[in-house]
Design a binder for this molecule. Structure first.
Ligand code: FAD
Length: 395
């Protein structure tokens, strides 16, 4: 296995880097250089720019709008986007429901939904979690009952990220309560904006943004043709989709960017005769994090090398999620420590009070406390590692 980049890959990296620099509109570039927080409309503007270039869904097959790049190129492309601090695209259409529809959707569903996910014309959100169904997802209670050609939906979802911007939601609903709880679940697509009986209620988070919503369903009618996969076969869909979600969640490129920022802040923070960067204990903290991050990156490259020769990602994606999210939290904490009292600054702090580069740090620090929870909590990942990698007995 060769984990070094080939000359072709290095040339590709250069091409991508140059394109991003040229393609990014000035207001977005100014925010990106400042490490700022992007609003939904800015994310969608960047989405449309990538779409026009044909680079919005590198991981989709070429026939449905992908790039045809191999895994190495896709990885490099992702790294370069993060390196440039480009706005992060909404993952729910491109990374979750899109690949699921490609795998399991009917020809009509593919034709109806995929082009609009690619163009950004329709935005998606994920309706899995409920107040009593998070880690124990199969306990979900939202009901879907057949009536004529429709399903009638009743119940509640929670933690629906960016539901207020979404046109569509993919959700798991209970269609049978009689057997094993995993066996009575169905995967359904619903039009959030135009279905009477669906109500989205955003709530504020400690990150200072309205990132999440409660989503309510009261006699909301959805055509049965919006079901993906067989009725009561939703658990298979749910698991296939979560595998797509988890592989990208380790945030290795993001942590690299945080550590770069941390070093920059430390170099610019005077301490005694020198700077914070000369402080031995601070350098040790950076070095430890960099070593862990590098080990994790090697694991990721090995996973990619295996995927390149056709081996599907196994339980190692749980290690990437577990360790990757811990490093994301620790590297933002280190940035906060390096900033000292400037860490009190917030998203809307004016530049004369706080350099733009530092405006988003406290908000990201707060938001990333959730990284060890979303996408399957880290305790659950530990259970998976114990069972499937270490083969420990289950209690
Ligand atoms: C920022 C954020 C964004 C999210 N976005 C979405 C979204 O867009 N769509 C969506 O559907 N959901 C979303 N979620 C929900 C997320 O998937 C759940 O929060 C997560 O699965 C944990 O479920 P829970 O919150 O119900 O906690 P619980 O399952 O109640 O867990 C509480 C605690 O108990 C631990 N625990 C539970 N069971 C076990 C066990 N068997 N062994 C060991 N420990 C255990 C957990 O690890 C956790 O520490 C989001 C969550 C957050 C925080």
């Amino acid at each position: 296995m060769d984990l070094a980049y080939s000359p072709e890959q290095l040339a590709f990296r250069q091409e991508v880097r140059q394109w991003i620099q040229d393609a990014m509109p000035a207001p977005i570039r100014a925010k990106a250089e400042g490490g700022g927080h992007f609003e939904h409309e800015e994310q969608m503007e960047w989405h449309r720019i990538l779409f026009r270039k044909g680079w919005v869904a590198p991981h989709w097959p070429k026939e449905v709008g992908g790039t045809g790049w191999d895994i190495g190129r896709r990885h490099i492309f992702g790294e370069e986007l993060v390196r440039a601090n480009a706005p992060q695209l909404s993952p729910f259409g491109l990374t979750m429901v899109g690949p699921l529809l490609i795998q399991f959707g009917t020809p009509e569903q593919k034709q109806r939904f995929l082009p609009r996910i690619l163009s950004g014309e329709e935005v998606w959100c994920q309706g899995y979690s409920e107040p009593n169904a998070g880690s124990d997802l199969a306990s979900l209670q939202l009901r879907a009952e057949k009536d004529g050609t429709d399903y009638v939906l009743n119940g509640q979802k929670t933690w629906t990220t960016y539901a207020q911007y979404a046109d569509w939601i993919f959700l798991l609903a209970r269609t049978d309560a009689s057997g094993k709880k995993q066996e009575g679940i169905t995967f359904i697509l619903a039009d959030v904006k135009h279905t009477p009986g669906i109500t989205v209620k955003p709530f504020l988070t400690t990150g200072g943004t309205y990132a999440f919503s409660e989503t309510w369903f009261q006699n909301a009618r959805v055509p049965q043709t919006n079901r993906v996969g067989p009725e009561n076969g939703g658990w298979t869909m749910a698991k296939a989709l979560l595998a797509h979600e988890r592989t990208g969640i380790g945030g290795i490129a993001e942590s690299k960017r945080w550590l770069q920022l941390c070093k920059r802040i430390a170099r610019e923070t005077p301490v005694g005769e020198g700077s914070l960067f000369d402080d031995r204990s601070f350098r040790e903290r950076i070095a430890r994090l960099e070593m862990r991050l590098r080990s994790l990156e090697l694991l990721q490259l090995r996973t990619l090398a295996a995927a390149q020769v056709g081996r599907a990602p196994g339980p190692e994606s749980s290690i990437l999620k577990l360790v990757g999210t811990e490093i994301q939290q620790e590297s933002t904490e280190l940035c906060m420590d390096a900033m000292g009292h400037d860490a009190l600054g917030w998203l809307d702090s004016p530049p004369e009070v706080l350099p733009a580069i530092e405006q988003g740090v406290a908000s990201s620090f707060n938001y990333l406390r959730a990284a060890t929870i979303y996408g399957g909590s880290n305790e659950i990942q530990r259970n998976i590692i114990a069972k499937q990698i270490l083969r420990l007995p289950t209690l």
